[in-house]
Every structure is written in structure tokens, then in C-alpha cells.
Design a protein around this ligand. Structure first.
Ligand code: CAO
Length: 271
């Protein structure tokens, strides 16, 4: 009743094992105990979540083509460590995202179809001049997709500065309409949380999205057949199969991957 409090049951001491017990072959049967706390709660879907309902309901009508690959990031991991020191000295956080975005922009230069937009009826394809690359951002308010404008004309450091700005706005719920609209292509670095492969959903009217997994240290054979320690990143692309064929997606992915695997080659093609 009110005012009386039931003390919690004492926590039993763990059993002292005299000799190691063999592991049970299957989980031991435990009588289920109902655990009911509080009441079910219903709330209206609003704000960022409501925007997600609208965008994703439209997106899922698109026939998605999935293409997956792995990228050896070993060279890039050491290059990033060097550049990170310089960037930190300039007061800028420097993650892998500037490389992912720049490599995407360089590859989009070769495959501009993947930087196009389609109208809702899918009757017109617009090739976009700017590479406004969106990044899925996990913010306190939920999923937001701000974009870095004109990645094709920014240096890695300028991309990093812009990402720092967008990230701090995102953390404080202050992203504005300009930052959130006009994207032409999206990357989702879910690898900051974990995972390998994903199945990203296209952000219409864009036609391509890539999801990046967590960079893992794994054994791989090099060209000479020697087993080496590698930093492996998994990428999962989704493309709008109404307008993008699988071969184009695969060729684009190969170019993007080659830039990341040979990061100094990016210097050759950067403007
Ligand atoms: N694998 C391993 N480590 C990674 C990594 C990856 N794929 N990506 C980033 N890291 C590292 C960074 O280098 C950094 O380490 P250092 O301290 O050594 O620099 C650390 O993880 C933290 O990175 P960060 O989060 O500060 O910065 P970021 O630029 O890499 O990522 C952002 C920014 C916005 C992409 C990320 O914060 C985020 O929100 N990710 C989730 C995206 C998401 O929700 N996707 C799903 C969308 S669909 O619902």
C-alpha cells in the first residue's frame, strides 16, 4: 500500500565453482517471468521524425540497386594521421569524411549521371553542376542530412572546415534550410557507430547514396600473395535503378575506391 516500501530481494552471492562446469549444449530452460513496468505510451510523430516519414515513404517507391565492395584504407589511415596533426594545429577536426567526400566528387566528375536528380514522375533527369554532397548525421533531434556545397571546388581542408561547422550546428539543433537543401548525392558514415554493410535508402530527388561501415583491421593477401594487416572499409551503394544501371554504379565505385586506396592519386586530379 501507499507509504510502505518493499525492500528489494537480496542479491545472492555468485555460486563458487569447485571445478569448471561444462557449457550446456543448449540454453537452459528458464521459466519466463513477466516483467511489466509502467504503461504503453503513444505520442504523435512530428518534427524531424515526421520529415523522415515523408522522405522515406517517397524513397521506398524507388527501385534500389545495391552494390557492395571493400576498400583497403591502409595508406589512407596513415596519410590521415599525418594531415590530422596539421589540421588540429589549425583548430579543425579532421576525420575520414573529407577523403570520402572528395573521392566521391572526383569520381562524380567521371560519372556525372550519379550526381543527377529525377523528378517525381521520373520523366526528366537533371545533371547537376555542383557536387553538393550530403552526409547523414545522427543528431540529438534525429537523422538530418546537411550537405557540403561545391565539393568539386574545395580542398580537403576546406571540406573539413565545412564538416566541422555542420557538425556543431547539428549537435546544437541549429542546421538551417540552406544547409539541409540542395544536396545532389549522399554519404552515410554509419561506421562511426559500427557495422560493415548496410542498405541505405536513396534521398530523393537524388539517385545515389553510399553507406560506409566501420574500418576494421583484417588480414588480406597483397598482390604478391603475402598476408598483410589491412584497414578494411566496407561500402554499400544504393542507386535508382530506373535511371542508373548496375555497370555504371560499379564503375563509379571502382574509381572512388581507387582514389581511397591510392590517396596520393587524388592529388593528381584535384583542382
Ligand atoms: N570507421 C572507423 N572509424 C571512423 C569511421 C569509420 N567508418 N568514421 C570515422 N571514424 C573515426 C573518426 O576518424 C574519429 O576518430 P579520431 O578521433 O581518430 O579522428 C571518430 O571515429 C569520430 O568521428 P566523428 O563522428 O567525430 O566524425 P566523422 O566526420 O567521421 O563523422 C558524422 C561525422 C556526422 C558522419 C557522424 O558523426 C555520424 O553522425 N554518423 C552516423 C551517421 C548515421 O546515422 N547514418 C545512418 C543514416 S540512415 O538512418
Amino acid at each position: 500500500g501507499i507509504g510502505t516500501s518493499v525492500p528489494p530481494p537480496p542479491i545472492p552471492d555468485p555460486p563458487v565453482a569447485s571445478k569448471p562446469r561444462a557449457l550446456p549444449k543448449s540454453p537452459e530452460a528458464v521459466a519466463p517471468r513477466p516483467l511489466v513496468v509502467g504503461h504503453d505510451r503513444t505520442e504523435p510523430i512530428k518534427g524531424v521524425r515526421k520529415a523522415m516519414v515523408k522522405a522515406m515513404t517517397a524513397a521506398i517507391k524507388i527501385p534500389h540497386f545495391g552494390y557492395y565492395d571493400e576498400v583497403d584504407m591502409s595508406s589512407l589511415v596513415s596519410m590521415r594521421n599525418e594531415l590530422k596533426e596539421t589540421a588540429t594545429a589549425r583548430g579543425i577536426r579532421f576525420s575520414f569524411m573529407p577523403f570520402f567526400l572528395k573521392a566521391a566528387s572526383l569520381a562524380l566528375g567521371q560519372y556525372p549521371l550519379l550526381n543527377s536528380s529525377v523528378d517525381e514522375a521520373c520523366e526528366k533527369l537533371t545533371y547537376k553542376v555542383s557536387h553538393n554532397i550530403g552526409l547523414a548525421m545522427d543528431t540529438p533531434e534525429g537523422l538530418m542530412v546537411p550537405n557540403v556545397k561545391n565539393v568539386q571546388s574545395l580542398s580537403l581542408f576546406q571540406i573539413a572546415m565545412e564538416l566541422n561547422r555542420l557538425q556543431s550546428l547539428g549537435e546544437n539543433g541549429k542546421l538551417n534550410t540552406t544547409d539541409l537543401t540542395g544536396g545532389t548525392f549522399t554519404l552515410s558514415n554509419i561506421g562511426t557507430i559500427g557495422g560493415t554493410y548496410a542498405r541505405p535508402v536513396i534521398n530523393p530527388p537524388e539517385v545515389t547514396i553510399g553507406a560506409l561501415g566501420k574500418i576494421q583491421i583484417l588480414p588480406r593477401f597483397d598482390g604478391a600473395g603475402t598476408l598483410t594487416k589491412c584497414h578494411i572499409l566496407n561500402v554499400s551503394w544504393s542507386a535508382d535503378h530506373r535511371v542508373i544501371d548496375g555497370a555504371t554504379m560499379a564503375r563509379f565505385s571502382n574509381v572512388w575506391k581507387a582514389y581511397l586506396e591510392n590517396p596520393s592519386s587524388m592529388l593528381l586530379d584535384m583542382k
